[in-house]
Design a protein around this ligand. Structure first.
Ligand SMILES: [Zn+2]
Length: 475
């Protein structure tokens, strides 16, 4: 198997075939920054293990074959991203400044065992780096609520004043809805490319801001969601189950990717036969269908708050502790029993009966159905043609270190092959039709994207069959 095959990419790293013949040891290598590499880049690598291989005690080494007899770096395998993908990750280990443009051979070895393969990389001339990158750099600005880091020359820099005003207004809403205060400013790193669904939150917020966001163009909705995560994290709790963490962010920001009536959305899930029972959703939240899980979590929290009041909900939520089974569903069940005297199954019965009684809003079923398909299509596109953006394994290096080292390329560059450009443009149309309630046009656009993705998948499968068994020698 080849590493991230990129059809028609003349200067994208193109791996050659492995020396070893063991076909079950095909490691996938991803290069960063994404897309083409240029002289001066600080290059990172992800060496992704084939499924099911025992990597205990194994290391990867990388050597630039035609300029050095020394390894660039050595790393073991560990779990990466929300998806915990097993891989060896090398952050900014190959400094190409001062090198000549042209072809370089990279030798990857798995030790012990001496399994080795060669990949070739074309370094393009530094002058060919497209704008705004050559002059782009990090800037930091403070507002009432937040410390915002952005890259100059990007859409965020252009719209900075408006962006800061939105952040302050949303910050105000978020703190008042949670009954808390600002302690420290909220750190926000603005990404000029799409990663995941456009927002991540840990100790700080990473959020996509670009005119053409193919993962849904509602910046303020995503920012509000991520702000709730930061404030929620600061309020703490022994175990905050993922279902309730994400549900809370959707509930308090009034919708997932847009403002929406949560009970009606969840009722539509029931009508569509898409409803996931809460216990199984709680136990595998991030690998369950994303939009369904988030909407259900939010509607469930709304139901608990409507039944018992916000203060009682808060006491229940912050008091949830780990269950000996390790299951988040059991932890929620135990806390429901001790706080409200009901089991998860009992309250779910009342919750779904309440949804059944909801007045159905015309179009809500189509809206929910197409939202699910839209984001499934976005993720299918990312996995196939923009894999560093896929949320479970997104390439999201630490903003603080990037700023310290003056690195902008990892966030500025993204795949821009003709198929990326055309598919992203159809996704943008689909998003805009969906938000306008034009469901027929939405469905047609999504059908077009999925047809294109299907053709690309089929041609890659053919290409893999064609190259299997090829070998090459180390120069
Ligand atoms: Zn979230």
């Amino acid at each position: 198997m080849l590493a991230s095959p990129q059809p028609a990419a003349t200067s994208t790293p193109t791996p050659t075939a492995a020396i070893a013949t063991a076909s079950d040891l095909d490691f996938d290598v991803r290069y960063h920054p994404d897309g083409q590499l240029f002289v001066g880049d600080l290059v990172s690598f992800e060496v992704i293990a084939p499924p099911g291989v025992d990597l205990e005690g194994k290391d990867v080494t990388i050597r630039v074959g035609n300029i050095s007899q020394q390894d660039l770096a050595q790393s073991g395998f560990s779990s990466f991203g929300i998806g915990q993908r097993p891989q060896a990750t090398f952050n900014w280990v190959w400094d190409t400044s001062g090198l000549d443009e042209g072809k370089y051979y990279l030798r990857f070895s798995i030790l012990p065992g001496h399994f080795t393969w060669i990949e070739t990389v074309d370094l393009l001339p530094q002058q060919a780096i497209p704008p705004p990158e050559p002059r782009a750099h990090w800037e930091t600005v403070e507002s009432e609520c937040c410390v915002v880091h952005y890259i100059t020359g990007t859409d965020a820099a252009q719209d900075l004043e408006d962006l800061l005003a939105q952040a302050d207004a949303l910050g105000e809403q978020a703190v008042s809805s949670m009954g808390t205060e600002f302690s420290d400013p909220i750190p926000i790193t603005v990404l000029p490319r799409v990663l995941g669904h456009g927002g991540f939150a840990g100790d700080e917020i990473y959020i996509s801001y670009l005119d053409d966001n193919y993962a849904g163009n509602d910046f303020s909705q995503v920012l509000h969601h991520e702000m709730v995560h930061i404030l929620d994290g600061r309020l703490g709790g022994d175990l905050r189950p993922s279902l309730l963490v994400e549900g809370l962010a959707v509930y308090l920001s009034g919708g997932h990717f847009k403002k929406e009536p949560l009970y009606s959305c969840a009722a539509a899930l029931l009508d569509l036969g898409l409803y996931i029972p809460l216990a199984s959703l709680a136990d595998s939240f991030y690998t369950s269908q994303h939009e369904i899980g988030y909407l259900e979590g939010a509607a469930f929290i709304k139901f608990l708050v409507d039944e018992y009041g916000w203060d009682a909900y808060e006491a229940f939520y912050r008091g949830i502790t780990s269950h000996p089974s390790g299951k988040q569903s059991q932890a929620i069940d135990a806390a429901l029993q001790s706080n409200f005297g009901v089991t998860l199954a009992q309250i779910e019965g009342r919750f779904t009966a309440h949804l059944d009684r909801q007045h159905r809003i015309p179009d809500m079923i189509e809206d929910v159905r197409l939202t699910v398909i839209y984001y499934d299509t976005v993720r299918r596109y990312q996995q196939l043609l923009d894999p560093s953006a896929y949320f479970l394994t997104a390439w999201l290096p630490q903003g603080a270190e990037m700023r310290e080292r003056g690195i902008v390329a990892d966030y500025l560059r993204h795949p821009q092959l003709p198929e990326n450009v055309s598919i992203e443009s159809i996704l943008l149309q689909a998003d805009s039709h969906l938000r306008a309630g034009d469901y027929l046009k939405t469905e047609k656009a999504l059908f077009a994207v999925n047809s294109l993705l299907g053709k690309i998948e089929a041609s890659r499968a053919d290409a893999l069959i064609a190259v299997s068994g090829e070998t090459t020698s180390f120069p």
